[in-house]
Write a protein that binds this ligand. Structure first.
Ligand code: GAR
Length: 190
């Protein structure tokens, strides 16, 4: 399973995946490239640190989606790097037909809530403001809906009375850093 990691920002989940790979615990999966839609984002620095090619191709005029012709180019570039599987690790753009068709059933996403609760932007803040006592994170297949594809696995995080929004977010991120590499390992060994 040759993975392209797609991210937009900090890249802490990409880092967790690459650390797991370095420790020899990513099963038969291998990260072959990193793609980022935000030039200068920290995730791009991981390329050099882990010896993985990292790219920031043209994205077009929109913030949350690609124009179809640009998304087609992304699909080609991702393929050209040898990837046959895509992991969205903090990728903040909606994926549409060009990528979905090119990698049918082979794109997974990480979301910071227990879907179907709190889809879309700021899943952690939404859960915090609602006042739920348990939340967590979800890894799911990507389809044409937003955060609505088949769920692969989830991890639960409890909100304690002493939590602040920051400590709650930190617990969810830690859960993500464990869940996503573990799901990738499992999928690679099917
Ligand atoms: C993660 O919490 C991930 O669940 C979230 O962005 C963060 C990326 O952090 N993704 C979404 O909200 C997707 N809708 P990272 O860049 O440090 O991995």
């Amino acid at each position: 399973m040759n993975i392209a990691l797609l991210g937009s920002g900090r890249g802490s989940n990409a880092e967790a995946i690459l650390e797991t790979q370095r420790a020899g615990k990513l099963g038969r999966a291998r990260v072959v490239s990193i793609f980022c839609d935000m030039p200068g984002a920290r995730i791009l620095e991981l390329g050099e640190r882990f010896g993985v090619p990292a790219f920031s191709p043209e994205v077009g005029p929109f913030k949350t989606k690609f124009p179809p012709e640009i998304e087609t180019k992304w699909a080609e570039e991702i393929r050209d790097c040898g990837a046959d599987f895509i992991v969205l690790a903090g990728f903040m753009r909606v994926i549409k037909r060009p990528l979905l068709d090119a990698f049918a059933g082979r794109i997974i996403n990480l979301h910071p809530s227990l879907l179907p609760a709190f889809p879309g932007l700021d899943g952690i803040g939404q859960a915090w403001r609602y006042g739920v006592k348990v939340s967590g994170c979800t890894v799911h297949y990507v389809d044409a809906t937003v955060d609505g594809g088949a769920i692969i696995d989830q991890a639960v995080v409890r909100r304690e009375d002493a939590d602040t929004e920051e400590s709650f977010a930190e617990k969810i991120h830690s859960a993500e850093h464990r869940l996503l590499p573990e799901v990738i390992r499992r999928l690679s060994e099917r």
